[in-house]
Design a protein around this ligand. Structure first.
Ligand SMILES: *Cc1c(COP(=O)(O)O)cnc(C)c1O
Length: 373
């Protein structure tokens, strides 16, 4: 990790395409070299090139960490081995016994982690559905608020600006998981959040070939503490994976725009479709959830799809369809899941960069082959 370089007047798409270029004066490498060396020679006793040991800092990782910090309008970026290790890194900031408030409809793995911390007696987690509920429950004992917006998989939007005000009034931190919209569509730090986390496995990497996480903050104090915690516990992104993430980020702006364009077209066509009970799309981003008329239709609908791949994960160039009940959200007890609308007729779509007409046609033909209940 390192402080980012001065912000430039370049537009985001320009900065993304240029990540890592003009950094290696010796060779002029346009693509960032992959520095596999774990250790770096000291010029003299008490001197350092800025790199000593790769857990602390690595030249390839540093390029992607600076890019992540700039992209989220922060000053400190950290690239971790997965989205979950990014979340775990953030929760290392708090003393044991801390109390947290979390948006109800979160990624199942985050729920599982928070539940494990609760079971082990390390921390207490309570959940809120709306900001009104957050306002009623937040108090001086709240260490931090953690939220996803739009939520996963029900796509409820929470106002980050208002949540940040509420957190500040109670000296609590606001942590936002920005995996779904990415900084191209939403910059939580600019809206008042203290820390942003990502599963970079999803849109930031974008090609379903990399497991990675990111943590970004604009605060010197938090930046220092996160840097200490990451160096101490060591869940850093490897040099090769850092390079893959750089490569993915170069096309982030292009991909997000195409994926969102496709999602808007598909959502508009699904809304006219009588064979679909309900559609959840916040009119931005490229994640869409839908409910079939009955859960019995799910197996035949999934088998009939030819273009959409039935798989976990999201955000890549290939369109995927996920069944949260048995996949991403299986760790949330059924009664609890259903109490807030995550029922077993719900499917979640991640829209890729294919031609929208092909995606629409695939859903149509699958609906035709799916027997009515
Ligand atoms: C996938 C995901 C995570 C976890 O990230 P991994 O890279 O799989 O560890 C966290 N939050 C959200 C919103 C996710 O979709």
């Amino acid at each position: 990790m390192k402080k980012t370089t001065e912000p430039t007047h370049w537009k985001e798409a320009t900065r993304l395409a240029q990540i890592g270029n003009h950094q290696d004066d010796q060779t002029g490498a346009v693509s960032t070299p992959i520095y596999l060396s774990t250790t770096y020679a000291h010029p003299k006793l008490g001197q350092s090139t800025g790199f000593d040991y790769t857990r602390t800092a690595n030249p390839t990782r540093q390029v992607v960490e600076q890019a992540l910090a700039q992209l989220e309008n922060g000053r400190y970026g950290f690239a971790t081995s997965s989205g979950m290790s990014a979340i775990q890194l953030v929760f290392q900031l708090f003393p044991s016994g801390s109390r947290f408030l979390v948006s109800r409809d979160v990624y199942g793995g985050s729920y599982r982690y928070f539940d494990a911390l609760t079971q082990q007696g390390y921390a207490q987690f309570s959940y809120f559905d709306t900001l009104e509920e957050l306002k009623k429950t937040i108090d001086a004992d709240t260490a931090a608020v953690f939220l996803e917006t739009p939520t996963n998989p029900l796509m409820n939007e929470l106002d980050i600006f208002i949540a940040a005000q509420l957190a500040k009034e109670h000296q609590a931190l606001l942590i936002v998981d920005n995996t779904f919209l990415t900084p191209i569509l939403q910059k939580p730090l600019t809206l008042g959040a203290d820390i942003v986390v990502h599963s970079a496995t999803k849109f930031l990497g974008g090609h379903n070939d990399l497991l990675a996480g990111a943590v970004i903050t604009g605060s010197d104090d938090l930046g220092e503490k996160l840097s200490f915690a990451l160096n101490t516990t060591g869940a850093v992104l490897s040099p090769f994976d850092s390079w893959l993430l750089i490569r993915g980020l170069k096309t982030l702006d292009l991909r997000i725009k195409q994926q969102e364009k496709n999602a808007k077209k598909l959502a508009a066509s699904l809304k006219k479709e009588k064979r679909i009970k309900e559609i959840f799309y916040p009119e931005r981003g490229s994640m869409i959830s839908l409910k079939l008329q009955s859960p019995e239709q799910v197996p035949s609908f999934l088998s009939a799809l030819k273009l959409f791949t039935f798989a976990e994960s999201l955000g890549g160039v290939e369109s995927l369809i996920t069944y949260p009940t048995t996949q991403t959200h299986a760790d949330i007890p059924k009664a609890l899941r259903e109490s807030y609308g995550l029922t077993d007729d719900l499917l979640r779509l991640s829209i890729g960069i294919e031609a929208a007409e092909d995606l629409i046609a695939d859903i149509q033909q699958a609906l035709e082959k799916t027997a009515a209940p």
